[in-house]
Structures are given as structure tokens and as C-alpha cells.
Design a protein around this ligand. Sequence first.
Ligand code: MN
Length: 238
Amino acid sequence: MKTSLLVFPTSLKGITLYNNCSSSCCGHNKDNEVTLHKLPYAYDALEPYIDAETVSIHHDKHHATYVNNFNNAISGFPELKGEKICTILKELDKVPVEIRTAVRNQGGGVFNHNFYWKILDKDNKGALPSGELAQSIDKHFKSFSQFQEQLSKVAISVFGSGWAWLTLCKNGSLQIESTPNQDTPLSAGRLPLLTIDVWEHAYYLKYQNRRVDYVKGIWNLFNWDFISERYSRLIKSI
Ligand code: MN
């Protein structure tokens, strides 16, 4: 039988919501270490909105550092090795206290960046949300343009480093929110559908202090096929 500190009672926090972790956001190698996900497109694929040098440094240096630091943090804790990052982040209070902050910051950095690269696309050709997600966005935010405006405002308003999100709550509703540092909505019981990294490393080379222009540009990059499909899958399981 597997022994793990992270075998949680299903009654905890309505945990059925949490059985949606896909291996796509938490990869391990044969040594049960988390690996740096390969960028799903070329460095210059997000041009002109996000430049190749930024993508290269962001993925190969920043993202890679979170992966290394996370593996180092849990290296003395075999019970955490091989456990999905999503699972760990959902139940941070179960992580040994001496590494909890490191796991929160570094593990959050791994998950958030895995997710960020996934929800961007090299060419969305003006695509918009479709199907059930499109209907839900209209229901919760009145229209796509109002949703866009609200999420942009939250992203621009994050003080310091952090993330803006569209998340799915346990009750099936959509929520726009932000998290500081590398915190993730997973730890608050919500499932990410879309995110904007607003750390300066995500945009400073091209936009300098103009976060507002970076946020405006990223709307041309969202992979709505992936996000819409993810919503339809998750909403069925809660
Ligand atoms: Mn980042």
C-alpha cells in the first residue's frame, strides 16, 4: 500500500472537486522528480505580444528554477516524491511545516507556469470561448467584453508580483481573482481555467513598466479551445 502524508479523506473540503488533476500539469521523471515541461511551441510563437527573449528566459530560467527548487525542497521527504504537485498544493496544510513555505512558493511556481504555457497559443486567430464556457461567461459576467474588462482590471491591479485568474468554484460558478507571489487558487479550493502571469519577468523586456499593454496583448494568445474543453470536463465532475 502506498504510504503518503497526502492521502486525504474524501470528506475534506468537498474533495471530490479535486479529482480532476490531470497529469498534464504535474509531470515526474523516473526518479519521481518533477520535470520542466517542454514549451509547447517555439520561443517566438507568441510574438508580437510576448517576445521570444522573454519566453526563453521565462521558461528556461524562471520556470526551470522553480522546478529545481521544488525538487530540492522535497528531496528529504520521500513521502512527497511522486505526489502530484496539484494534489500537494490543494492540501498545503498536510505538508510538513518545515518545508511548507518552500513547497507553496516553488511548487506553486511550477504549477502556475505549467498552466500558463498551456493556456496560451501561438495563434488563436481571434477565437473566443465556445460552448458551455461561453454560456457560463455570459451568465456570470453579462458578456465576453465585460468579462475581459474585469479580468484585465484585476491583472493590472495586482500589487507587486502575482497572477490573475479565471477559476471554477465548487458550486460551479466562475470567479475572477488574483493571487500574490506564486500562490495558486488550487490551495483555496478553486480550479484554474485561465491565468495571466503579471510578474515583471513575464513582460518587462518588451513592455518595461507598461503592464497594461502586456495584459491587452495577451488576449490575442488565449487558447480558447483548450480552456473551453477544460471547463466542460471540470464542470461535469463537480
Ligand atoms: Mn512567471
